[in-house]
Design a binder for this molecule. Structure first.
Ligand code: PLP
Length: 385
């Protein structure tokens, strides 16, 4: 049976070039980058080149990139370390209701420690309002952590406008760019972002590696303490093979490639909607379909059909989609993102699926998927009658 992978927001397959770069690394330059002998120096050269490549992708300096084990570690580091470093200036933090759990859980911990957290609400497009942001910002705000784009519905946040507002405010600005990094142009200088998190496995790189961009003047203690790696900002032997693979994945994502992916994915959404419209399937998009969203994420409400039945039937037919984010998909927890958008009582919460496209998704995959979705939706609705 043909298997089609449409869950790229959960993770992506590695690009062949990435596998080649990593294999070379593992077979040849396996040294510890902290060792002073030839093997160590070889590994250090790869580390330096990778850091340079990645820094250039954000208009950052190589020294501002701290390699981590992924976006979860980057988010935890940014949030916990900033809050603890600047608590004397105030204990207020602003975020949104639809952040990833690796942002929300550290914030919960900080609330237990006495910090005050404002969760900005979102509308039915999954977007926040700048008026709400302005109303929340006060003299005690020390941290703003707002994602660049959402992993369940693909909505974008007004990072540039918030960065401009914070340029003259004491608050440190962190953004979780995990889903956005592979699709949109990011310039940390122009955006006035102090900290930015991302992860390799969302962009056809390996799992278990990411980075935290940290603005050079921002001094906070390391989250992981131990050796002096990463200029004493993150202890632990660097995952050189993973980092080399990450840099290779970044090298593949030129501005032209990103723009092409955004256009292709928008086309894929329209292709699926056209098939559903033609077959008269009752559905609605959770969020919006607009060119500047993160177009790899497509969240659909299939009216009256359960997420579980849809996902299981699609899986049996060879199509991998998600019932929400990968972190919540295995649990019975309702999506906090759809809840924030539509309210806890909305039928959408138990009747939606997330389809997410990637660099290797083809129009033929999408056509086959659309056909299967129509068939399954028709069969399930006939059974429900
Ligand atoms: C928006 C967002 N932030 C953070 C993460 C966590 O990334 P990682 O798997 O690298 O820890 C994910 C991955 O699911 C994500 O989608």
């Amino acid at each position: 049976m043909q298997h089609v992978y449409l869950d790229n927001a959960a993770t992506t397959p590695m690009a062949p070039e990435v596998i080649t770069a990593m294999t070379q690394q593992m077979q040849g330059d396996f040294g510890n980058a902290s060792s002073t002998h030839w093997f160590g120096r070889q590994a250090h050269t790869v580390l330096d080149a990778s850091r340079k490549q990645i820094a250039a992708s954000l208009n950052a300096k190589p020294d501002d990139i701290i390699f981590t084990s992924g976006a979860t570690e980057s988010n935890n580091t940014a949030i916990m370390q900033v809050a603890h470093a600047f608590a004397a200036r105030g204990k207020h933090i602003i975020t949104t209701a639809i952040e990833h759990p690796s942002v929300l859980q550290p914030l919960k911990q900080l609330e237990a420690e006495g910090f005050r957290v404002t969760y900005l609400p979102v509308d039915t497009k999954g977007e926040i309002s700048l008026a709400d942001f302005d109303a929340a910002l006060d003299d005690e705000t020390i941290l703003v952590t707002i994602m660049m784009g959402n992993n369940e519905v693909g909505s974008r946040m007004p990072i540039e406008a918030i960065g401009a507002r914070l340029a003259t405010h004491q608050a440190v600005f962190h953004t979780d760019a995990t889903q956005a990094y592979g699709l949109v142009a990011i310039d940390v200088q122009a955006l006035h972002v102090d900290l930015l998190s991302t992860s390799a496995h969302k962009i056809n790189g390996p799992k278990g590696v990411g980075f935290l961009y940290r603005q050079p003047k921002l001094l906070v203690h390391p989250f992981l303490r131990g050796g002096e790696q990463e200029k004493k900002r993150r202890a632990g032997t660097e995952n050189i093979a993973g980092i080399a693979g990450f840099a290779q994945a970044v090298a593949l994502l030129t501005p032209a490639v990103k723009a092409q992916h955004q256009a292709d994915y928008l086309g894929f959404k329209r292709q699926i909607m056209a098939a559903l419209d033609e077959a008269g399937v009752a559905y609605a998009v959770n969020g919006s379909v607009q060119a500047d969203n993160l177009n790899h994420v497509f969240n659909l409400w299939l009216k009256g059909l359960s997420t579980y039945a849809l996902q299981t039937n699609l899986d049996l037919a060879g199509f991998a989609v998600s019932g929400g984010s990968a972190c919540t998909a295995g649990s019975l927890e309702p999506s906090h993102v759809l809840t924030a958008m539509f309210g806890a009582d909305s039928p959408r919460i138990g009747e939606s699926i997330r389809i997410s496209f990637g660099a290797f998704t083809t129009a033929a995959d999408v056509a086959a998927f659309a056909q299967a979705l129509v068939k399954i939706a028709q069969r399930l609705s006939a059974r429900a009658k």
